[in-house]
Design a protein around this ligand. Structure first.
Ligand SMILES: Cc1ncc(COP(=O)(O)O)c(C=O)c1O
Length: 292
């Protein structure tokens, strides 16, 4: 088994996706020796096989420094635990967290997977040498950095509302039900109009969803080709989390998922229908008795 630790590192990302600071609902805190005491108690339990430590400091992290500091804090703790309890953790899981660019202007802002792997492997070796600690097997749990660019969300444009001198709203047949990230923590996206990709002209619009919430805005202000009802709007970079975070908010059926390989589409998750929304409903007995 592994113990999740909060190493007290601030990854400088949005508060809602920060998970490894001292003040966090996740993991065992190092404060007041709490993690140390819990692990020590577990070691005395013969039926549990303690393998290592785990941490995950947050997501959408845009520099290597927080990962390096996390390894330093974790190895420091492992070494002091060994000193006091004569126990060596053979495995260390660093979680995920490497960020990705969602917007053109963010390209190059995030470390590459190669730089990230080199930095964490090097730091782990150096820290273990420093404390004369046996090198643990290092695990990582990358999510977004390996799958986000693989997915896009395809919408059909519905209503268009222009308020002269103020804003142009483009409503699509989805919204915070298939992408709650903008309303949860102000995530930003860019989009293209697939059937007008070669058009030169541009206009600034806000892309909004169909939920009964003013906050149901997928992109606040973005520049796209002039759009008309029925156009196909593609929001880029939705391969991570969107499918797993999708909901039936406002009782809206969730869309399907299509994989594309060599230009050929494969439906891998069927879209929900209205039946899916009522399939858990139970008719109360008093209605059955009355034949209603
Ligand atoms: C424990 C744990 N590991 C890994 C991940 C993946 O993180 P990311 O997609 O930021 O790489 C998460 C995401 O929330 C997580 O909670």
């Amino acid at each position: 088994m592994f113990f999740r630790i909060t190493p007290g590192i601030d990854p400088h990302t949005h508060a809602y996706i920060t998970t490894g600071k001292v003040d966090s609902k996740f993991g065992l805190t190092l404060v007041d020796g709490i993690a140390q005491r819990v692990i020590r108690q577990t070691l005395s339990c013969e039926s549990l096989d303690v393998k290592g430590l785990h941490c995950h400091i947050g997501s959408q992290i845009d520099s290597l420094e927080p990962f390096i500091n996390t390894i330093k804090a974790m190895v420091r703790f492992m070494a002091s635990f060994k000193e006091q309890n004569n126990f060596v953790f053979s495995e260390l899981d660093l979680g995920g967290g490497l960020g990705v660019a969602y917007l053109e202007e963010q390209k190059g802002k995030y470390p590459s997977i190669q730089d990230y792997v080199e930095a964490i492997a090097k730091t782990l070796q150096e820290e273990c040498e420093k404390y004369q600690y046996p090198l643990p097997t290092l695990f990582i749990e990358p999510g977004r950095s390996i799958v986000n660019d693989a997915g896009n969300t395809v919408y059909t444009v519905g209503m268009i509302k222009e308020i002269p001198g103020i804003k142009k709203y483009i409503a699509v047949d989805g919204g915070m039900t298939d992408n709650p990230r903008p309303i949860l923590y102000g995530a930003r996206y860019q989009a293209i109009v697939a059937n007008r990709i070669h058009q030169e002209s541009r206009e600034i619009v806000s892309v909004v969803g169909k939920c009964c919430e003013s906050g149901d805005v997928i992109i606040q202000q973005t520049e796209i080709s002039p759009v008309q009802t029925g156009d196909i709007l593609v929001v880029e970079g939705t391969g991570a989390y969107n499918y797993s975070m999708a909901s039936n908010y406002n009782l809206i059926p969730r869309p399907g998922v299509v994989f594309i390989r060599d230009g050929k589409p494969y439906l891998v998750v069927r879209p929900e229908g209205w039946y899916d929304l009522v399939r858990r409903d139970i008719l109360p007995e008093y209605l059955i008795e009355k034949g209603e």
